[in-house]
Write a protein that binds this ligand. Sequence first.
Ligand code: BES
Ligand code: ZN
Length: 885
Amino acid sequence: MWLAAAAPSLARRLLFLGPPPPPLLLLLFSRSFRRRRRLHSLGLAAMPEKRPFERLPADVSPINYSLCLKPDLLDFTFEGKLEAVAQVRQATNQIVMNCADIDIITASYAPEGDEEIHATGFNYQNEDEKVTLSFPSTLQTGTGTLKIDFVGELNDKMKGFYRSKYTTPSGEVRYAAVTQFENVIDRKPYPDDENLVEVKFARTPVMSTYLVAFVVGEYDFVETRSKDGVCVRVYTPVGKAEQGKFALEVAAKTLPFYKDYFSVPYPLPKIDLIAIADFAAGAMENWGLVTYRETALLIDPKNSCSSSRQWVALVVGHELAHQWFGNLVTMEWWTHLWLNEGFASWIEYLCVDHCFPEYDIWTQFVSADYTRAQELDALDNSHPIEVSVGHPSEVDEIFDAISYSKGASVIRMLHDYIGDKDFKKGMNMYLTKFQQKNAATEDLWESLENASGKPIAAVMNTWTKQMGFPLIYVEAEQVEDDRLLRLSQKKFCAGGSYVGEDCPQWMVPITISTSEDPNQAKLKILMDKPEMNVVLKNVKPDQWVKLNLGTVGFYRTQYSSAMLESLLPGIRDLSLPPVDRLGLQNDLFSLARAGIISTVEVLKVMEAFVNEPNYTVWSDLSCNLGILSTLLSHTDFYEEIQEFVKDVFSPIGERLGWDPKPGEGHLDALLRGLVLGKLGKAGHKATLEEARRRFKDHVEGKQILSADLRSPVYLTVLKHGDGTTLDIMLKLHKQADMQEEKNRIERVLGATLLPDLIQKVLTFALSEEVRPQDTVSVIGGVAGGSKHGRKAAWKFIKDNWEELYNRYQGGFLISRLIKLSVEGFAVDKMAGEVKAFFESHPAPSAERTIQQCCENILLNAAWLKRDAESIHQYLLQRKVSPPTV
Ligand code: BES
Ligand code: ZN
């Protein structure tokens, strides 16, 4: 393949980075993914449920593309030339291809050894992102060459072939040309004078077109060679090569780790990781040229905080996993997107655990992915992991917590059920069998079944083909020396009980532990019916029994009161393992939200965490208390819940103090930031005073705040500050050189309480100062920051809907914006208002998100009605007689 590009003012470090030697595609015909088998199914309407949509016909298919692109970084346009070897499988006089936002100038087809036939009509179906080329005579079966000349615009929507704005070290504004093709279903572009530089790329392996990438711009880089001989580079903005070193180290360790895990080498000679200023997703796994947001790749040893380091490690681990799982083997259709994303979201943890065992990252998986997935999947408006997808607008909406976090959680459960050895064996069989081909979910199950001899498809179909997950109810009876457990399963619903005829059932791998050895499963069973009795041999009457060791099974547990009573001391004396303490608390919290138990019960359990040392356990508890605070911000006893937060967090706050102690590590730094932020936000007096003092020193340059303390301090002073504090923060934002620092500030701005200042923050969100992909977190921060902020953010979205919608062109960022902004409401009529607004302002890619938000609003309202009074009473009463520690 060859590429050419204009290099007007970019004499210095002009780079053309393609995937190793990429492909190109641009206009893809025959369908997005490489074709393999199931040809008979091509062209079938995939899901006429919402909008009718047909996959591309299979009568003409591409064999090899050669693509020339000539971007103009001054005019923001490009010219392209495509020459593709194609095979006509069935005589036809038209070719249907994917195509979006480009204009075809000429198109012709030349059968091998014959004359060119010029296309006489280009019929664009813009909605479906397709074009049909019509030819005046029939194209006979056989191979030939398709030539297309086209032009397009380098857009500013962070999709397709687009422009990304950056400022040079001398302050000059310039643009890079960047591609983002997933989930653009293979479309948008591809295409001499002596001022031009031409860069040619070699031919790629057979690959999917959404994995092609080009970047044209100025970058510095750091480079190394991994142990297994792959040339690894991290490209950074000019002058910031140092900031690429951390990711470089992670990438160089990760490649041999995956090679070993899969027993399949990385298939290309090089891999580049590049930081892109304007970038919609977090990162994109283009084959050999992985693109990242700056904050997902760059680490400055002095100015980056511990959570950024961890995030970079996870994202690098995620995207590099796709080089095998996704790129070498691609899903057959978007229905199987979860295979890509769920798998990568699971193995990124395995990889980070390998590179940084001190992160205790698997515990963090539970608070980050597992609980998030359960929260969403308990809604009536959830969807199965394997979901039928037709129209392109339906693709955007499945990049959600079900595909990612539930996908990862059920793979984690499966890995535990199979065991690492057989799991690895099955992975190798799958990747070897389907390399350079497409695969579907059942193909993975088949390989894992062959490797393990276990009924993988039967078990997993219950998790991927139906939405939701079970609530396991368990009660126990001592029968002489043994413990008899009675288990039953029914669907867990965020609204309480399942309404409907046949309650879905799951095949649930269940582990059971006892206080004799809290870290070891005493018994493992596969629960394959609605009810089951289990006998645990030799369990003394004073021993506790717990389900779901390690919080690995994707279900919630409801214990009989006697069983729960016996478990609670294990929280206080820490004899339950951390991830089990976390899981227990989280289950109880969600049972309370669903109205199955009372919220006051959960508050009492939260008070038992007084001796808790573990960061992740605190993080999850903090998150749940945050949800409760938001709920109670609808009442007039919001202050009382803040008192509760202060009481719960002050003992650990005092133990930790403000400054790191010798020998502390990564998790201590995370914990300190979390606890001080929580105390400061709740208005804990001593924390507030110290935060103000340190902020002043920071601003005056006397003592710069360590990166790990910045978010909690910024949040605290802003929430309890005035217009001057906000102005100082905005000034710090302007001065910040690192995008990480800008984001850090942007995310806390919404904490401000005064209506005028809230308005100022919202206006700022849409200003030139905030990168387009970050506007979402500024507005979301306002909505989550305060009661007034919630109302103001919603009004702002309504008032600026056109601009926001246009900015993200539908896209998944619009779903995130909507979710962050409306989910906190807890009044029935708001659900109606949100629904009505989106009926008159359609956002097709966010349809399901909107339904989920409305459901959540109604659930919040019901929760408030049900429990507000008893919570209030409890908070008042504990003021009078505080619980004894
Ligand atoms: N393939 C995705 C990027 C993507 C997301 C493309 C949405 C199109 C639409 C990539 O592998 C990914 O999952 N990125 C994540 C980061 C990851 C660490 C979870 C993202 O962008 O959020
Ligand atoms: Zn991914």
